[in-house]
Design a protein around this ligand. Structure first.
Ligand code: FAD
Length: 484
């Protein structure tokens, strides 16, 4: 029995858990997502937010990895203002709301949510709150008209029930807690703005800048990982048109609102993330169509002749990439497109492909060929279409055989992978595809300690037995989450 269960472990949830735990309450904070991770949100913090972080004692941790500054430049239809929120105004704000103005700071920062939320979650845990990520609340337990607990699915798929004196919904704008209880909404604002943003390295914009011209605005703010968040926003009723060509319109909007910023991003900016696409293509014609679209997009995106032929920073993917025309195999590496594949498709599809594709000149499930051309091949399971057990996938990648060992030698045996390549596909390559190679996919200092322990060495077992490997222990973020 806890004093409080907090549903949602990000800005609102982790900080609530932190404050309650510091007051000596027994707190459980749960989140269905894994943290660190990003959310759909930009992450600009005004001095008010920074002051809260300071009051909670975590600002130094944020500042250690995030550029901060005390003045911001606002350019409104050509009128340039530089300054900060006056300290007296800030103090008044905190006195009015909290009765004291301790810890007020005048700084700004743009801290990635994968950084900020992690710092807050760790602070909550350090304060004594129990943190469970990968825990999805499915039901509120209501007795005598009161919420007395939650029922949900834990990271290992078990249904778990926990009880507390209070349950706090910090589960975001589509709050499950609020919906379940039919809580009234207040201070609702109509949707009025669309925004697109991305991350660029290659230039130093100085402190944050916000520009507005007419109904469009843009901003550039330095953020973590030596990158800058560049953001464009405008009225919702223009979003449909904007969406028709996001990269093109993004640059056009920058050029219109701030020609200097537009020039800086065009000439020096290296786009590190998004806007990326993930298309789903199985058949050879669909794969060719998607590859052509990516190639066309790249031609328009890479206007710098020096960049021609360079590996693009955007990590477009093709989900499945099952059947390719042989001539298209080298295209993925050339375009920097990740083949996101699911090895068990190869073996589950044998009855279908042997009947329908016999005699066709196709590179099907061409893992070895793709790797040989230098493409990134990231593996997954495609659950719930296939069983999520990664050992089934590893077995399929290494043997290309069905569980009963057929066909002998595997289907298209030249496309079989060795165990190293199969494990790489399921770990480091997946992390690369989701821009998380600095956090996941390998065991190295500074990365998340997400790993499993096996009762048998997979390099010592027969390939046919890889399917039967089991897990003895699961560690997520350095914490043992499951043990046989
Ligand atoms: C496009 C956009 C741009 C924005 N830009 C900024 C900005 O620059 N600066 C700023 O300060 N704010 C910005 N915001 C607002 C900011 O994103 C939100 O105010 C903030 O994320 C709210 O934090 P939260 O902790 O309340 O909720 P969230 O960040 O939404 O976290 C809620 C958590 O609850 C978890 N959850 C939900 N349901 C369940 C369940 N049933 N069981 C378990 N867990 C569950 C989710 O997994 C999630 O991790 C922006 C928002 C948007 C949409």
């Amino acid at each position: 029995m806890y004093d409080a269960i907090v549903v949602g472990a990000r800005c609102a949830g982790a900080s609530t858990a932190l404050l309650l735990a510091r007051r000596g309450h027994r707190v459980l904070v749960v989140d269905r997502s894994s943290i660190p991770s990003d959310v759909i949100s930009t992450h600009f913090l005004w001095p008010h937010g920074m002051s809260y972080l300071n009051r909670w004692g975590v600002l130094d941790q944020v500042k250690a990895v995030t550029p901060t500054y005390t003045a911001i430049e606002l350019v409104n239809d050509g009128i340039r203002l530089t300054g900060s929120v006056p300290p007296e105004l800030l103090r008044e704000y905190f006195r009015d709301l909290h009765g004291d103005d301790s810890g007020v700071v005048q700084s700004y920062a743009s801290v990635r949510r994968r950084v900020l939320d992690q710092i807050l979650v760790e602070a909550a845990a350090k304060a004594g709150a129990e943190v469970r990520t990968g825990f999805s609340v499915r039901e509120l337990i209501i007795e005598d008209g009161r919420v007395v607990g939650v029922r949900g699915r834990s990271v290992d798929g078990q249904t778990v029930e926990e009880r507390a004196r209070v349950v706090i919904g910090a589960d975001g704008r589509n709050s499950f807690v609020a919906r379940t209880l039919g809580l009234p909404k207040f201070d609702e604002r109509p949707r009025c703005t669309f925004a697109y943003w991305s991350y660029f390295s290659g230039f130093d914009p100085g402190p944050g800048q916000i520009h507005r011209r007419g109904r469009l605005a843009c901003a550039v703010v330095p953020t973590n990982f030596e990158q800058n968040m560049v953001l464009v926003w405008g009225p919702s009723d223009w979003s449909r048109e904007f969406r028709a060509d996001v990269p093109g319109n993004f640059q056009k909007a920058l050029d219109f609102v701030s020609p200097e910023l537009g020039e800086l991003v065009r000439s020096r900016g290296v786009q590190e993330e998004r806007f990326y696409g993930a298309a789903h293509a199985i058949g050879d014609a669909a794969n060719r169509m998607v590859l052509r679209a990516y190639a066309r997009w790249q031609e328009t995106a890479c206007t710098d002749p020096a960049a021609a032929g360079a590996v693009p920073r955007l990590r477009h993917r093709i989900e499945h990439t099952q059947h390719l025309r042989p001539a298209d195999v080298p295209l993925l590496a050339r375009l920097g497109v990740t083949a996101s594949m699911q090895p068990t498709h190869c073996t589950s599809d044998i009855p279908l492909t042997s009947r329908m594709l016999a005699g066709r000149d196709l590179a099907s499930y061409a893992w070895r060929s793709l790797l040989d051309t230098g493409a990134t091949v990231a593996f997954g399971s495609d659950a719930p279409v296939e069983d999520p057990d990664p050992f089934y996938g590893i077995h399929a990648a290494v043997t290309r055989q069905q569980p009963d060992g057929t066909p002998p030698g595997g289907v298209d045996p030249h496309e079989r992978l060795d165990l190293d390549a199969a494990l790489h596909g399921f770990t480091a390559a997946g992390a690369y595809a989701s821009y998380e190679e600095h956090l996941k996919g390998r065991l190295r200092p500074g990365m998340l300690a997400d790993f499993i322990a096996l009762p048998a060495d997979p390099y010592q077992v027969e390939p046919a037995d890889l399917r039967d490997l089991t897990v003895a222990l699961t560690v997520v973020g350095g914490v043992v989450r499951w043990q046989r």
